[in-house]
Design a protein around this ligand. Structure first.
Ligand SMILES: Nc1ncnc2c1ncn2[C@@H]1O[C@H](COP(=O)(O)OP(=O)(O)OP(=O)(O)O)[C@@H](O)[C@H]1O
Ligand SMILES: [Mg+2]
Length: 322
């Protein structure tokens, strides 16, 4: 098992007290698997990615087990975690500028990444070969004028270019586990498609496992083996992609699917789930989705359901299935 997350809770210390964000998060990932995490803004997707790379802000507290190749990274010291970052696990941040050092040129950062891999995997590459590889990788990402880009600082690039430089880092490092947090949001559709294909290729060729964080259910569907749907810090459904799209279990997943703009053409209006997600400081009693759920009944307002595994490999957190 490459990654096993057991009973993970993450909270943030804030001026209003401690906000418990992720609770009871569970995930099992085999080598070579692609899992997408979908859910509305604020549901805790980036928090999860940051917990798995141990890059939560100072105010973030993780409890539970995140076993990466059997090592619980929740318990690791920073210097031990540094050894894991890059080649074991690498994260493409939602704001890609966060993945780069603002005061170093793009070229030297790419070469540094090649050097890390070179040292850890004992490849003995010369400096010339490393430079060539950096340029070639930028070319794969279709960055214009890669020799020129190598000389620039991150702030001298457009948002989409920065995002492609960070994806180049992932291509270079070939981590066992890549966490890609909305990696295509700043990219236009043609480059987006190319990035998705590239992720698939890295997955096929290097058995790279990927946690793909996205708002976009259709992207999640084309890319991943399994989709995990989050709502207000909870997993509400985890299902193989095909079944999730064809026969969603949770009413929230159903609502998300209906909101995908393919219905727009046929009906003329876009479906949207009514209401908005609750505040982490004022969660409804019972199921966190109960205020917006079209299938709500009494029990849902009394007690929160547990995430239950089902015989077909799916899990769902909903009283309809108890
Ligand atoms: N440093 C922090 N301190 C306090 N609360 C935070 C912090 N970072 C995130 N949060 C809160 O945690 C919750 C989850 O945030 P997170 O960034 O994980 O959501 P997300 O699902 O990635 O959203 P989006 O789709 O908008 O990127 C939100 O309510 C957010 O306000
Ligand atoms: Mg996010």
């Amino acid at each position: 098992m490459l990654l096993e997350i057991k009973d993970l809770n993450v909270s943030y210390k804030t001026v209003n007290g401690v906000a418990s964000i992720l609770e009871d998060f569970q995930l099992q990932m085999q080598e070579g698997q692609i899992v997408s995490i979908v859910g509305e803004s604020g549901s805790g997707k980036s928090t999860l990615g940051q917990a798995v790379t141990k890059l939560l802000p100072m105010s973030g507290i993780a409890e539970g087990q995140i076993l990466l190749n059997g090592t619980n990274i929740v318990k690791l010291r920073e210097d031990q975690m540094t050894e894991q970052r890059g080649t074991e696990v690498f994260m493409i941040f939602q704001n890609p500028l966060n993945s780069l050092n603002p005061v170093k040129r793009v070229g030297s950062q790419l070469i540094e990444a090649i050097n890390i891999r070179n040292t850890r995997k004992k490849e003995n590459l010369t400096e010339e070969l490393m430079y060539e590889e950096a340029v070639e990788t930028l070319k794969i990402m279709r960055l214009p004028d890669p020799d020129e880009i190598m000389k620039r600082y991150p702030h001298e690039l457009s948002g989409g270019q920065v995002q492609r430089v960070v994806i180049s880092m992932a291509i270079i490092l070939k981590p066992k586990l890549l966490i890609a947090d909305e990696p295509t949001t700043a990219l236009d559709v043609t480059i987006q498609a190319q990035v998705i294909n590239l992720l698939k290729q890295l997955n096929r060729e290097y058995k790279m496992s990927i946690i793909f964080i996205t708002h976009d259910l259709s992207l999640a569907y084309v890319l991943s083996d399994r989709i995990i749907v989050m709502y207000a810090g909870r997993i509400v459904e985890s299902n193989p992609s095909e079944s999730l799209i064809k026969s969603p279990l949770h009413p929230y997943t159903d609502g998300l699917l209906k909101s995908v703009p393919t219905d727009y053409k046929t009906s003329g209006t876009l479906f949207s789930i009514s209401g908005s997600p609750p505040s982490f400081f004022d969660m409804p009693v019972g199921c966190r989705f109960n205020l917006r759920c079209p299938k709500v009944f009494e029990k849902c307002r009394e007690e929160e359901p547990k995430l239950r595994g089902r015989t077909d490999g799916s899990s769902v957190r909903c009283w309809l299935y108890e």
